[in-house]
Design a protein around this ligand. Structure first.
Ligand code: SF4
Length: 273
């Protein structure tokens, strides 16, 4: 079995391929789906994860055997820049391998400044990489309550700005949106800072009744009114769209793969489309 795999279901909307380097995470987000998906207890999942056994060997074997022209996401399980047992050295080595084999990659993390340690490797990818973070709350206290051991909102925004100003393509995941007003305030902040190229917007899912009080149709309208005039690349996830079926979206706002990093044509031409 390839260590790089095709996600299914809701995860497929995020990326055509993914690779999980660590199984576990120190961030302890209250909405984390991973323990349930992996059928692990919270105690087994949340902690200081080790890299997966032989992960770099397995990754290299996979890359030798297969050519990837579509985006590989690091990662769905765990966060490659959480507090892990090897200080994210495996992340760095995996990125070097992926770059060496010419693969297109997206990195999603709430690790904040820790991501910047690998700036030199990100830059080596040139146009074949996008680096992003999840933005949930502008309010630091609320962020702490929901994502207690992840970086603060201000650190995530600052990191995006540094990456963007260094010429790296950036993206922000607004999934989960927990309080629409907080997400709208964050979108405004990212526009003010001009630090995000691509927005992925969804809602809170699989978290009991915590998503029941919000007006999701209004949230979608507010996002469209805010973002469409800017010409930014935006994808609205199906879970949000289906709750507001009367709101007309552009085809590009409903195409999950349009803004992914990929390689087209003869393998030399790189395009974000
Ligand atoms: S960062 Fe992701 S994997 Fe880690 S606890 Fe939060 S939701 Fe789970």
């Amino acid at each position: 079995m390839s260590i790089i795999y095709r996600p299914t279901g809701m995860a497929r909307e995020y990326s055509p391929y993914a690779c999980n380097l660590y199984i576990g995470c120190s961030h302890r987000c209250r909405y984390c789906y991973a323990p349930h998906t992996l059928q692990k207890s919270n105690a087994d999942y949340f902690g200081i994860p080790e890299p997966r056994k032989d992960i770099l060997k397995l990754l290299e074997a996979d890359l030798k055997k297969n050519v990837y022209t579509e985006q590989i996401l690091l990662s769905f399980v765990g966060d490659v820049y959480c507090d892990n047992a090897d200080n994210s050295l495996t992340t760095r080595e995996a990125l070097k391998l992926l770059n060496g084999y010419g693969a297109p990659v997206a990195v999603l993390s709430k690790g904040g400044r820790k991501m910047l340690r690998d700036m030199d490797v990100f830059l080596q990818f040139e146009d074949r990489i996008a680096v992003g973070t999840t933005l949930t709350f502008l309010d630091e206290e609320k962020s702490k309550k929901w994502e207690p051991f992840a970086s603060t909102p201000s650190e995530r925004l600052e990191t995006l700005k540094i990456l963007h100003d260094s010429g790296i393509r950036t993206f922000a995941s607004f999934e989960p949106t927990i309080e629409p007003d907080e997400s709208i305030a964050l979108i405004k902040k990212t526009l003010e800072l001009d630090c995000v190229d691509h927005y992925k917007i969804g809602k809170l899912n699989n978290c009991g009744s915590a998503d029941k009080w919000q007006d999701w149709a209004k949230y979608l309208v507010d996002c469209v009114e805010l973002l469409r005039p800017t010409g930014k690349q935006v994808y609205y996830k199906f879970c949000l769209r289906k709750l507001a079926p009367n709101i007309e979206l552009l085809p590009c706002e409903k195409n999950p793969d349009l803004y992914n990093v990929r390689i087209t044509g003869d393998g030399n031409q790189i395009s974000f489309l």
